[in-house]
Design a binder for this molecule. Structure first.
Ligand code: ATP
Ligand code: MG
Length: 366
């Protein structure tokens, strides 16, 4: 049944190039996925997500560190422990559908049970349960090649869950699907995994997928795990400038630290104006700072008075039907701001008062 997964001080070094240079694909990563929890590893291409997943699966041998599943060490190179993938009770779903083309849906889903020599009656029951879960019972006797991409991926999911693995590993399972199908299956996936009560480690570079699917999100960069938190924490309390930017807080205001006020850092922007921001990491009085802010958290013409009110000039307007994106010249820089609704209220050149809620501005050293 589903188990806790512990990844401890995991490090994987590859030798690349000629002459060979050692490069850490995973650089001392530690985290725990509780039994029944979904953790999503999120990060840009090449940050080490797949390598981490492959180490958990036993497909990749880490340089050092431990993989502990349900209290048992499956990978521990220092102790000479490396349980092969087939002896780990894990389910895996990858980007490519990886279904057996010459088999029906039912035969595909039954395959892992046949390989495990599960008794026939038990096989039939477990296959039916898995097909019901992914809502493919009506397709059970169809050749798998007659299914859509989304249905094939649901077959792959049913096949990975049918033997109740201790951990389910998913590597960008939606990235081969068209946009609409991806949205639908994204919502289905969480429901299916939760209903089956599985512990899941899910890898993606898509922030919205991470937010919808994950109980917690781990943001990775260059082989390091920068922050592991609930989606709300990641979006509202990013640990550093990279996490802020990668999750959409793309506005950065340069300034310098001028002490504290009311529990906020006081930042002097390049324009000489003062703004209040939350204390992030690496701030030093008098030193340079960067303030990160989401475009959707900038308020236009705020009705109630408060700190962080500035006069901005509209530099550009991009009408998108259900929202309008503006570039605003303010605080010695250009900020992107978003107004939801089908009316665009300001034209290029207009002066507008904006409010930057201090609790949603995050300041970092540098
Ligand atoms: N077999 C290998 N030999 C050498 N380098 C490798 C090998 N596998 C992965 N790497 C390197 O390790 C780093 C992490 O790769 P990984 O596949 O884990 O990234 P990823 O986060 O899954 O990226 P993507 O989003 O593109 O799938 C990359 O720099 C990659 O080039
Ligand atoms: Mg990958």
């Amino acid at each position: 049944m589903s188990s806790e997964l512990r990844v401890e001080h995991l490090r994987k070094v590859f030798s690349v190039g000629n002459p060979p240079v050692e490069k850490a694909a995973i650089d001392t990563v530690s985290f725990t996925v509780a039994a029944g929890e979904i953790v999503v590893l999120l990060g840009p291409s090449g940050c080490g997500k797949t390598t981490t997943l492959r180490c958990v699966a036993g497909l990749e041998h880490p340089t050092s560190g431990r993989i502990v599943i349900g209290g048992t060490a499956y990978t521990d190179p220092a102790a000479g422990v490396l349980v092969p993938p087939r002896s780990r009770n894990l389910g895996m779903v990858f980007q490519s559908y990886a279904v057996w083309p010459h088999m029906t849906v039912r035969q595909n889903v039954a395959y892992p049970l046949r390989a495990r020599k599960t008794p026939r009656a038990e096989q039939a029951r477990a296959v039916q349960e898995a097909l019901d879960l992914v809502e493919l019972a009506a397709y059970a006797d169809r050749p798998v090649t007659q299914l859509s991409g989304g249905q094939m991926q649901r077959v792959a999911l049913a096949r990975a869950m049918v033997y109740h693995p201790q951990i389910l590993l998913l590597d960008e399972p939606l990235s081969n699907l068209d946009a609409q199908l991806r949205l639908r299956l994204r919502d289905d996936l969480r429901r299916i995994i939760k209903r089956a009560g599985l512990t899941a480690l899910y890898v993606t570079h898509d922030q919205t997928e991470a937010v919808v699917l994950g109980d917690r999100i781990g943001v990775m960069r260059d082989g390091k795990l920068l922050q592991l938190d609930t989606p709300r924490e990641i979006y509202n309390r990013p640990a550093d400038l990279f996490v802020a930017g990668f999750t959409g807080a793309t506005n950065v205001i340069d300034g310098s630290v001028r002490g504290s006020r009311d529990g906020f850092a006081v930042i002097e922007a390049r324009s000489g104006e003062i703004l209040l921001a939350r204390h992030g990491s690496g701030l030093h009085d008098g030193a340079a700072a960067k303030v990160a802010l989401r475009p959707d958290n900038i308020a236009f013409e705020p009705a109630t008075p408060g700190p962080n009110r500035f006069t901005a000039r509209v530099a550009s307007q991009h009408y998108q039907g259900t929202q309008t994106v503006y570039e605003l010249d303010v605080l010695g820089t250009t900020l992107e701001a978003m107004e939801v609704g089908s009316a665009a209220r300001w034209e290029v050149g207009a002066q507008v008062t904006i409010g930057l809620p201090p609790e949603l501005c995050w300041s970092y050293g540098g």
